[in-house]
Design a protein around this ligand. Structure first.
Ligand code: UDP
Length: 255
């Protein structure tokens, strides 16, 4: 890692000042946390894999017309992104019941939901990221109604696109978390763009055939084989370092 000025250190990433104004460098760590920081650990190689996986998914989403903060990958653990003002709302999209929704409504894990459900959580570690409604978001001024509309429609488009992409490589997208940021252009016009990362840290991915978990639930539940699962996701996407020149090619469709 080159010497850079640290701006912020989160649980799984560090943000540094970027080489040009309006840019940041996202450094992916191997650190993992769960249950609002109660469980901590290191998943060796996770940062390298997540840097690649997020690069790949952000590029594919950009091709599909989703505005993102991603600029380019710089090296094994770092990527250049546009500096945005993060909206303090985590958007979760669910297709199949898993995790907190199972407890909240007493639903068995793996139950398909009647339709995709979008939830909002207030991004605040001290409060344990509480579930919120649009009312809280607008009343407390975390985002305005047009921004919520943008985040909702982008999240549903991202869900459609990623569900199809993962299905093509034998993975079911159970649920995932997104973060958005405000990006201001030269004319001070603001638009909402996808920010943060999309990786198995913030998605649930199950193998279509076996229902095997290929995501951070392996860490949360001490199932072992965490790094191997992330590696397998990258391999199926066709982006493991071993795949060399195929690096940024599309996922291979399983037969
Ligand atoms: N998630 C996340 N960060 C959070 C909370 C949730 O990335 O702070 C992701 C999580 O990995 C899952 C989805 O959002 O893919 C839904 O998580 P859930 O509400 O079920 O909470 P969990 O059971 O993970 O605590």
């Amino acid at each position: 890692m080159t010497r850079r000025r640290k701006i912020y250190e989160g649980k799984a990433k560090v943000l540094f000042k970027g080489p040009e104004p309006g840019t940041l460098v996202q450094y992916f760590k191997d650190d993992a946390t769960a249950f609002n920081n109660e469980k901590k650990g290191v998943i060796t190689g996770k940062g390298v894999l997540n840097n690649r996986i997020s690069e790949y998914l952000m590029l594919r989403l950009a091709e599909a017309g989703i505005p993102t903060h991603f600029v380019r990958r710089l090296n094994m653990r770092e990527q250049l992104v546009k500096e945005v003002e993060i909206v303090p709302v985590e958007v979760v999209v669910r297709n199949i019941a898993a995790g907190s929704i199972c407890k909240r409504f007493n639903i068995e894990e793996g139950t398909p939901l009647p339709r995709s459900i979008v939830e909002y959580y207030y991004k605040n570690d001290e409060l344990g990221d509480p579930l919120i409604s649009e009312e809280h978001i607008t009343a407390f001024g975390w985002a305005g109604p047009p921004e919520i509309d943008d985040m909702l429609s982008l999240s549903l488009r991202i869900n459609d696109f990623l569900s199809g992409l993962f299905l093509g490589i034998g993975l079911r997208l159970i649920d995932f978390k997104l973060e958005y940021g405000r990006l201001y252009d030269e004319n001070d016009q603001m638009r909402i763009v996808l920010a943060d990362e999309i990786t198995p840290d913030g998605c649930r991915l199950w193998d279509i055939e076996t229902n095997e978990k290929m995501d951070k639930d392996r860490f949360r539940r001490d199932m072992g084989g965490v790094a191997e699962a992330y590696q397998e996701v990258a391999r199926r996407l066709g982006i493991t370092p071993e795949s060399g020149q195929q690096d940024i090619k599309g996922p291979k469709t399983i037969q």
